[in-house]
Design a protein around this ligand. Structure first.
Ligand SMILES: Cc1cc2nc3c(=O)[nH]c(=O)nc-3n(C[C@H](O)[C@H](O)[C@H](O)COP(=O)(O)O)c2cc1C
Ligand code: SF4
Ligand code: SF4
Length: 258
C-alpha cells in the first residue's frame, strides 16, 4: 500500500510510477484524512509493506503528514516494513531520520528511505523560486530511472538510507524545521489580486478544502498545508503570498495529474 500526499504533482508522479512498478495500491492523503486524522481508520493487516510518499517541507516531514502518521488508526503488523520515498527540490537534511522516529514511535518498522529530486515548488521567501523550464524538464526526465531504481530496492527489501542530505543536515532539520513550522506556515498572507477571475479552480483543488470563494474572491481558512497547489494552479497567476511571491514563477508540469 502507498500513502501519498502531493501538493503540486511531483510526489503523485513518484507514487504512480512506484505503484506501477511494484503493483501497489494507492491511498491519497487529502481532505478529512488530514484535517481530522483521528477519525481515519484502515486495516492494513494483509499488506506486505507500507510506502509513504510525500514532499519534503523545510527539511522535514510535512506537518499534516506527520500528524496523520501520529494519529490515524492503522492496523498493521509491527514487523511489516515501512518505506519513505520523498520528493524534494534539492535535499532533505535529516528528514529521513525525522520520519524514522515517527514510524518507530508507533511501534512499526522503518525499513528504508529514499529521496527523488524533482522541480522546486517553494516560492514564499526571498531567494526561493521555481526552477527554469530547462532544469524542470531535466529533473522530471531523470526522475524516471531514479524511481525505477528505488522500486527495485524496495522489491528486494534492501535496508538503506538512499537520500540526498545536503550540507548542515542536523541544523536544517533540528533547528530550521521547527522554526519554519511555527513561524512560516501561516496561510494568512495568501490573497487574490485583481487578476482573479473567480474561476473557482483554487477552491476545487485544495487538498484540505481550505479555500472558500465568497463575493467572487477566494478566502483562505486555517487548515493549510502550505502545499502551494492553489498558488501554482491558478490560471491567471492571481494568487500572492504577501509580497514574497512578487515576480515569482509558477510550476505546472505535473500539477494536472493530481
Ligand atoms: C513549504 C515547502 C517547503 C519546502 N522545503 C523544501 C526543502 O526543505 N528541501 C527541498 O529540497 N525542497 C523543498 N521544497 C520543494 C518540494 O519538496 C519539492 O518541490 C517537491 O517535489 C514538491 O512535491 P509535490 O509536487 O508533491 O508537492 C519545499 C516545498 C514547499 C511547498
Ligand atoms: S484559481 Fe485564481 S483566478 Fe481562479 S478563483 Fe482562484 S485565485 Fe481566482
Ligand atoms: S490553501 Fe493552498 S497552500 Fe493551503 S493546503 Fe490548500 S492548496 Fe495547499
Amino acid at each position: 500500500m502507498i500513502f501519498c500526499f502531493s501538493g503540486t504533482g511531483n510526489s503523485r508522479h513518484v507514487t504512480t510510477l512506484l505503484a506501477n512498478n511494484l503493483n501497489e495500491q494507492i491511498i491519497e492523503m487529502r481532505g478529512e484524512m488530514l484535517t481530522k486524522p483521528t477519525s481515519y481508520s484502515c486495516d492494513l493487516g494483509n499488506q506486505s509493506r507500507v510506502i509513504w510518499v510525500f514532499p519534503i517541507y523545510s527539511w522535514g516531514v510535512p506537518p499534516v503528514v506527520a500528524e496523520f502518521i501520529k494519529k490515524a488508526s492503522l492496523t498493521i503488523n509491527n514487523d511489516t516494513p515501512h518505506y519513505m520515498v520523498c520528493s524534494c527540490g534539492d535535499n532533505i537534511g535529516n528528514g529521513h531520520k525525522h520520519w524514522r522516529k515517527m514510524i518507530s514511535k508507533r511501534g512499526w518498522t522503518p525499513q528504508s528511505t529514499f529521496s527523488v529530486q524533482m522541480p522546486n515548488t517553494y516560492t514564499l521567501m526571498k531567494g526561493f523560486d521555481v526552477d527554469s523550464k530547462e532544469i524542470e524538464q531535466q529533473k522530471i526526465a531523470k526522475s524516471i530511472t531514479r524511481i525505477e531504481d528505488i522500486a527495485q530496492k524496495i522489491a528486494s527489501c534492501e535496508i538503506v538510507d538512499d537520500v540526498v542530505r545536503g550540507n548542515w543536515p542536523w541544523t536544517k532539520t533540528a533547528i530550521i524545521y521547527p522554526y519554519f513550522k511555527r513561524y512560516c506556515m501561516s496561510p494568512r498572507p495568501f490573497h487574490a489580486t485583481d487578476k482573479c477571475t473567480a474561476c473557482g479552480k483554487c477552491e476545487k483543488t485544495c487538498p484540505l478544502n481550505n479555500i472558500v470563494i465568497t463575493n467572487n474572491r477566494p478566502n483562505w481558512h486555517d487548515n493549510c498545508a502550505l502545499c502551494l497547489r492553489c498558488y501554482h494552479i491558478c490560471p491567471t497567476h492571481a494568487i500572492a503570498y504577501g509580497k514574497a511571491t512578487k515576480g515569482k514563477g509558477q510550476y505546472k508540469s505535473l500539477i494536472h495529474n493530481t
